[in-house]
Design a binder for this molecule. Structure first.
Ligand SMILES: [Fe+2]
Length: 515
C-alpha cells in the first residue's frame, strides 16, 4: 500500500520506452523503504530525518548485502518538492543496520518541511516535520501528541492512524516502542483470563542485536505507525520493553549477571538508536546512551525529556505490586541518578517559560493500587513507579513546589490517568497526565474492575480509563488542556476514535478541572 514501486509501474505504463529505463534504474527486487521514514528531535533550525533500508524486513540484515549503500535525501518547503532547500547523500552502513540519520541545520523556524529518500532507483514515501519556534519567540499556542506502549500482537495501531490525522507540532513518545518478549498467540491476561493475540508476531524473546533489529522491523512494517511517523517529528525516549520488562541500570529482573545484562542492554539500545529518528549524541557508547534532553518551544514551554531507567536503583521490596516496605524510604534510592537530577534542577531553576513539562515514563503520583478494600491490609504500591522511591520523589516534588506551572507526562500504565501531585505535607505542587497505550492491553473498557475503588481511595486521582489511544495537549499561555483520545477497539482494524475526556489546569494553579 505504501510501496512506491506500484505507483511507478502504473505511472510509466503510458510512456513509450520509459518502463524499460525505470526498471533498469532500480536495483531492487523488493521495495527497500519497507520501514517507512521518520523525523525526530525538532529544533528551531532543523530536525533529524531517518530511514532504514530493508527490502526483506524480517530476514537477517533486512535482506541487505553487508556493504554500505548510498542514500540520497531531499528536503523541500512544499510537498511537491518543487522547492528543494537541502539535499545530500548519506551512507546506510551495515554497522547500523543500514539506517540513515541526517541532522538538518539552518532551516527556518516554526514551519513545515517535507523530506524523502532515494536509493538504487527507488524512492521513499514523503515525510513531513515542523521546526520549532525560535527560543525568543512568544507563541500563543502549542498542540502536541503523546503516545507509546505499542505491543504488536496486542492490537492494531488504529490509534496511530487517527493520530496521523491530527494537527500537531510533534509527538512525545514515552517508550515501549517494541516489546522484547515472544508474541504468543494465546496467553493469560492480568486477571488470568484468556488473551488471544490480535495478530501474529515473530521471534522468541529478544536477546541479541539480530533479535532486536528484527523486532523493530516487524513493528515498523505497520502502515499506521508509518503514517504517524511520516506526519510529525517524534521526540523518542525509551522505557523498559526496549530492553526487557522492568530493567533498571544493569539489573536484569530475570537474574542475569550484570556483566551479561549489560551486553544485552547494549544491543537493545543500539537497535533503539538504529530504528528511531534521534540525534547522533544518542548513539550508544560503551553500551549506554545519554537520552535526557531539553526542548524549548519559544517562551511557551520547556520540556525536559527524562530517562527513568538507566540510572535508577533497583526496585525495592522485590518489585511488583506489593505493600510498602522499609526500602521505599531508602535515602540512597535514585530514579534519575545524581547527574540527571542536578541537570533537571538547573533547568527548572533557570526556566523562564510559561510552562515546565516533565516528559517521562513511570507514574509520579503515589497511588494505593488496592482494587477492593480486602485485597490487602495496607497500601499496595506499583514498585516500578516513583512511589517506590519516596526520597528522590519528595526531593523532586520540593523543587516543583511554588513553580505552579509544571505538567508531568507519563506512560507505562496502559491506562489513562489524570491526577494531582502532592508533597509530603499534602500540598499540591503539579499535575500529572498518564497516557494509555496505542495497543498494549488489547481492547480494554472504560474502567477495569476495581478502578472505582482506586478512584475513591486516592482523592488526588481525578480520572481513570482503560481504553487504548493517545493524548493531545493544547498548551496556551494561561491554560494547559490534555485531551484523552480513545479508540473503541484494537483487536480488529478500523476502530472509531472519540475524545473520552479533557482535563485542564490554569497556569499559576495546580488544580485539575474537567473541561
Ligand atoms: Fe508498556
Amino acid at each position: 500500500m505504501l510501496s512506491r514501486r506500484h505507483f511507478i509501474a502504473g505511472a510509466t505504463a503510458s510512456l513509450v520506452a520509459a518502463p524499460a529505463i525505470l526498471r533498469a534504474q532500480s536495483i531492487w527486487r523488493d521495495y527497500p523503504f519497507s520501514l517507512g521514514v521518520a523525523a525526530g528531535d525538532p529544533a528551531a533550525d532543523g530536525f533529524v530525518i531517518w530511514t532504514r533500508l530493508a527490502p526483506r524486513p524480517l530476514d537477517p540484515h533486512g535482506g541487505m548485502a553487508m556493504a554500505p549503500m548510498p542514500v540520497k535525501w531531499q528536503v523541500a518547503t512544499e510537498p511537491r518538492f518543487d522547492t528543494v532547500v537541502r539535499e545530500g547523500e548519506a551512507l546506510a552502513r551495515p554497522e547500523l543496520g543500514h539506517s540513515v540519520h541526517v541532522e538538518l541545520e539552518g532551516l527556518e523556524p516554526d514551519r513545515p518541511y517535507w523530506y524523502r529518500f532515494e536509493a538504487g532507483g527507488e524512492r521513499s514515501i514523503n515525510g513531513q516535520a515542523r521546526t520549532l519556534p525560535r527560543t525568543g519567540a512568544a507563541p500563543e499556542a502549542l498542540r502536541f501528541g503523546v503516545a507509546g506502549c505499542q505491543n504488536y500482537e496486542a492490537g492494531f495501531y488504529t490509534a496511530y492512524r487517527h493520530l496521523a490525522e491530527e494537527e500537531l507540532a510533534f509527538v512525545y513518545h514515552y517508550g515501549d516502542y517494541i516489546y522484547e518478549y515472544r508474541g504468543d498467540a494465546i496467553r493469560p491476561g492480568w486477571s488470568g483470563d484468556l488473551i488471544v493475540a490480535a495478530r501474529q508476531g515473530v521471534g522468541q524473546d529478544a536477546f541479541d542485536l539480530a533479535d532486536y533489529r528484527q523486532r523493530y522491523a516487524l513493528y515498523k512494517s505497520d502502515p499506521d505507525l508509518q503514517r504517524a511517523h511520516a506526519a510529525f517529528a517524534f521526540f523518542h525516549t525509551f522505557d523498559d520493553h526496549e530492553v526487557t520488562n522492568n530493567w533498571v541500570q544493569d539489573i536484569d529482573p530475570d537474574g542475569a549477571p550484570p556483566e551479561l545484562f549489560r551486553t544485552r542492554r547494549a544491543m537493545a539500545l543500539q537497535a533503539w538508536y538504529e530504528n528511531l529518528p534521534v540525534r547522533r549524541t544518542m548513539m550508544p557508547r560503551f553500551g549506554a546512551t545519554s537520552a535526557h534532553r531539553q526542548v524549548r518551544y519559544g517562551d511557551l514551554a520547556e520540556i525536559d525529556l527524562l530517562d527513568t531507567r538507566q540510572y535508577r536503583s533497583d526496585q525495592p521490596c522485590g518489585d511488583g505490586f506489593r505493600p510498602v516496605c522499609a526500602e521505599v524510604t531508602s535515602a540512597d534510592a535514585q530514579v534519575l541518578g545524581a547527574e540527571q537530577e542536578a541537570w533537571l534542577a538547573r533547568n527548572l531553576s533557570r526556566s523562564q517559560a510559561r510552562w515546565n513539562c516533565l516528559a517521562q515514563q513511570v507514574m509520579m503520583m503515589s497511588v494505593d493500587r488496592r482494587r477492593t478494600p480486602d485485597e490487602a491490609p495496607e497500601k499496595l504500591l506499583n514498585l516500578d513507579t516513583w512511589a517506590a522511591y519516596e526520597v528522590p520523589r519528595q526531593r523532586l516534588l520540593a523543587r516543583l513546589r511554588g513553580l505552579d506551572n509544571v505538567v508531568v507526562l507519563t506512560g507505562d500504565e496502559h491506562q489513562n490517568w489524570a491526577g494531582e501531585l502532592h508533597d509530603d505535607r499534602d500540598r499540591r505542587v503539579a499535575v500529572e497526565f498518564v497516557a494509555t497505550s496505542i495497543s498494549s492491553g488489547g481492547d480494554g473498557s472504560d474502567l477495569r474492575p476495581g478502578s472505582d475503588h482506586i478512584l475513591a481511595a486516592n482523592p488526588q486521582l481525578k480520572f481513570l480509563n482503560d481504553q487504548r489511544g493517545y493524548l493531545t495537549c493544547d498548551v496556551g499561555r494561561d491554560e494547559w488542556r490534555t485531551n484523552f483520545m480513545v479508540v473503541d477497539r484494537v483487536s480488529t482494524p478500523g476502530g472509531a476514535l472519540s475524545k473520552r475526556a479533557t482535563w485542564a489546569v490554569a497556569r499559576g494553579e495546580t488544580t485539575l478541572r474537567q473541561a
